[in-house]
Ligand binder design. Structure first.
Ligand code: ADP
Ligand code: MG
Length: 340
């Protein structure tokens, strides 16, 4: 069947500045699948910000409004697996044919297609067929198309045909609304000051907000307690500590420079001396690995380079760690310094 979760709908998706564009584009697509210029619609953003929820909401609304349309939601991992199975079972043509018959195709987390050239190739053909026939394609990804790695150029250019809409981290007011809405739906009452406390300190994503609520509800009923501020502080504290500390690009540059006994200005300079180039590439690599910054933003902060330079740096570091023992030591040492 369509694999849609009816609970992920537009009514349960709280609107805020962080998601307004993505939400309204999604509604436009849901009301007129294949009939807007948002084809494909690509929803991108960090983990737990509502990409999967919105993608389902579109499908749910289309099913409601156009019961005769075939809608399919699938994760890109599952899509890849189905493709691999079809190759093994000699049913590749059936696989393609099946997907070309769909009216609305929703593929979640397309970043997982990176490096999978066979799957990308087959998806390219399916996409073209659907698009030419006015069928709607909806994609989600953790990155904007410009920052996607190891996705074929011809596919990336297709991704850019329609609209890319970002989901950002919700602001405080939206976080309060999301919590209140969730409590209301679960039939739980919680003092306002407690809701506000959670919204104030849990600010990285919506999944975490929900995690704190689940934890609170479980503990409160277990202890037959009311929701106290003390209990809240305890739970919120645990969540904040568990969330991976986000290091800044400045901090990474300081640690890397220090490790190679350079100053940050030298690291950022245009010099092509080999050991400085390596240090710079390592800084870019760690910035990519440990922050949410885009390639373009990393490049501009590390000596005004462009995103291609950063991408090249990440690949070089990946290759060198596999082939060069000394280099591997650098990466291990720096990983320790940056994570503890
Ligand atoms: P992603 O796919 O981006 O990692 P999800 O769509 O799985 O994130 O969202 C994580 C959780 O947060 C889900 O339970 C989802 O319902 C909820 N959520 C995200 N954004 C909102 C929102 N704006 N309003 C209500 N719930 C939201
Ligand atoms: Mg998701």
């Amino acid at each position: 069947e369509s694999q849609l979760n009816p609970n992920y709908n537009f009514e349960s998706f709280i609107e805020g500045d962080s998601n307004r564009l993505a939400r309204s584009a999604s509604m436009a697509v849901a009301n007129k699948p294949g009939g807007t210029s948002f084809n494909p619609l690509l929803i991108y953003g960090g983990v737990g910000l509502g990409k999967t929820h919105l993608a389902h909401a579109i499908g749910v609304q289309i099913k409601d409004k156009y019961p005769d349309k075939t809608v399919l939601y699938i994760s890109s991992e599952k899509f890849t697996q189905q493709y691999i199975d079809s190759v093994k079972g000699n049913t590749r043509n059936d696989f393609i044919h099946f997907y070309q018959m769909i009216d609305v195709l929703i593929i979640d987390d397309v970043q997982f297609l990176s490096g999978k050239t066979g799957t990308q190739d087959v998806f390219f053909h399916i996409f073209n067929h659907l698009h030419q026939n006015g069928k709607q394609v909806i994609l989600t990804s953790d990155k904007a198309p410009v920052d996607m790695q190891d996705i074929e150029q011809r596919l990336l250019s297709r991704f850019k045909w329609g609209l890319s809409a970002e989901l950002q981290v919700p602001d405080y007011e939206t976080r309060v609304l999301i919590l209140q809405n969730k409590l209301y739906r679960d039939g739980v009452e919680m003092p306002e000051e407690i809701v506000e406390y959670i919204a104030k300190y849990i600010k990285s994503n919506v999944r975490e907000l929900e995690g704190v609520l689940i934890s609170m509800i479980a503990q409160a009923s277990f202890n037959r307690k009311e929701f106290t501020l003390a209990l809240t502080k305890q739970i919120v504290d645990k969540f904040v500590k568990n969330t991976k500390r986000e290091v800044s690009i400045d901090y990474i540059q300081k640690i890397v420079s220090n490790y190679f006994e350079l100053d940050v200005a030298t690291l950022q300079s245009k010099t092509r001396k080999r050991h400085i180039v390596q240090a710079r590439q390592l800084a870019m690599y760690f910035a990519k690995r440990m922050t949410k910054a885009s390639l373009a933003s990393i490049g501009s902060q590390i000596g005004k380079r462009d995103h291609a330079t950063v991408l090249h740096a990440c690949k070089t570091v990946d290759n060198l760690t596999e082939t060069d023992k000394q280099f591997r030591r650098y990466v291990d040492d720096l990983t320790k310094k940056l994570t503890f």
